[in-house]
Ligand binder design. Structure first.
Ligand SMILES: [Zn+2]
Length: 135
């Protein structure tokens, strides 16, 4: 088993799955995070939190075996809003990174959380990704 430190995800990467204005307002402490604070320290931790999922996607693609991100997928954060305990949608952030870098043509998301990943589906619909797969 190999354990790696996450590399913080950039604003540019975050806006691939989220409304740019929403990303800016969260990271600039204007909007409260879904857990109700405007803490600069909490905002500064978000890029590293979401990079864990992104790093796991890339590790699995590289090692062809698999990888684990010891975090949730944050599947309740919508395109322009947070939900549940989720500020940004980590599954779709990682998915968009691979697709925009042409590292994958198709990606399946297996979400084993007890709840339906409402924001995963909403972002897929918003970005028209289901249509891309159908073609
Ligand atoms: Zn959930």
């Amino acid at each position: 088993m190999q354990v790696t430190a996450p590399c913080p995800i950039s604003r540019k990467q975050l806006v691939r799955a989220h409304l740019a204005r929403y990303v800016d307002r969260i990271l600039d402490y204007i909007l409260p995070k879904v857990f109700g604070n405007r803490s600069a320290q909490m905002a500064a931790s978000l890029p590293s939190t979401f990079s864990a999922m992104l790093n796991a996607y890339w590790a699995a693609l590289t090692n062809r075996v698999g990888a684990v991100a010891p975090c949730s997928g944050f599947h309740h954060a919508g395109y322009g809003f947070g939900g549940g305990f989720c500020t940004f949608e980590g599954l779709m952030e990682a998915e968009q990174d691979l697709l925009t870098k042409n590292a994958a043509r198709k990606i399946s998301i297996l979400d084993l959380d007890m709840h339906w990943g409402n924001s995963t589906q909403a972002i897929i619909d918003k970005l028209g990704l289901a249509k891309q797969v159908a073609h």
